[in-house]
Design a protein around this ligand. Structure first.
Ligand SMILES: [Zn+2]
Length: 268
């Protein structure tokens, strides 16, 4: 059992389902993504059993129960098996570079419901600690559905991404007030093309003829009032807002890299 400065208490429940992150030559493995899930099972106990079952071959680094209890299943240095076939910003196989958190919730199959306050407090503290320690940029905190939109819908439209963003975890630019009036309104060919380019720039895998799954994933996360996969005026406007926030986050990462490089030259 260990507690960090936020008072978060983490208990160990080791899972055998992990392997090496592999990056031996470069030294420390690169960990620069955080992936949030819901368990999608009828109870937290059932989810913990499955995530620790060698036959199931699935796991996560952490599980957060509805009462706020936090379990560590896999050490962060090891690769947990939570993301599966996945894509973000041109990268695939994201278990390698990510930390995965399973948040207990029955999910859309068993009676999807809101995430209780005690659980969200623990999620916020755990994520805040991880992104600070690992310096995970805001645009690289994602939901499972963002990186596997044709297969997954977790953590889903009831998850409080704005709350996490206020705590410094992930991106959630506040939507412009007038955007809501464009909900349901059609867009022209030019605006549609620009919006799909924004969707790809944010990180989603966008394939011609298969735009609906990433659009649904985007809407669940950034326009949860309606996630029908239709590229309406509000979705297009929201895509532009989020894409701009991603550009700012990317520029901040570049600036940090330049600062590190300057420091390197100074000491040499
Ligand atoms: Zn998941």
């Amino acid at each position: 059992m260990s507690a960090d400065m936020s008072g978060l208490v983490i208990r160990d429940r080791p899972s055998p389902n992990h392997d090496s992150r592999g990056d031996v030559i470069a030294g420390t493995p690169r960990i620069d993504m955080l992936v949030l899930h819901y368990t999608g099972m009828q109870s937290g106990a059932a989810a913990l059993d499955r995530l620790c079952d060698p036959e199931a071959k699935v796991s996560a680094h952490y599980v957060v129960e509805e009462d706020g209890a936090v379990w560590r299943l896999v050490p962060e240095e090891r690769r947990a098996w939570h993301a599966g076939v996945s894509y973000w910003l041109g990268e695939t196989g994201l278990n390698l570079s990510s930390i995965g958190i399973e948040i207990v919730n029955p999910g859309h199959e068993w009676g999807y419901r809101g995430f209780p306050e005690a659980q969200m407090e623990a999620v916020e503290a755990l994520c805040g600690d991880i992104v600070a320690r690992r310096r995970i940029p805001a645009h690289r905190v994602v939901g499972h559905s963002d990186i596997a939109p044709t297969r997954k819908s977790d953590p889903g439209e009831l998850f409080d991404w704005p709350r996490l963003a206020r705590a410094g975890v992930g991106l959630w630019p506040p939507p412009a007030a007038e955007l809501g009036r464009r909900r349901g309104r059609g867009v022209g060919i030019v605006e549609r093309a620009a919006a799909l380019a924004d969707l790809a720039r944010i990180g989603y895998q966008v394939e011609p003829g298969n735009e609906v799954p990433p659009l649904v994933a985007f809407q669940r996360r950034f326009r949860p009032e309606r996630w029908d996969g239709r590229l309406d005026g509000e979705t297009a406007g929201r895509l532009a807002e989020v894409r701009q926030a991603v550009e700012v986050a990317l520029a901040a990462v570049d600036a940090a890299k330049r600062d590190r490089f300057r420091g390197y030259r100074r000491v040499n």
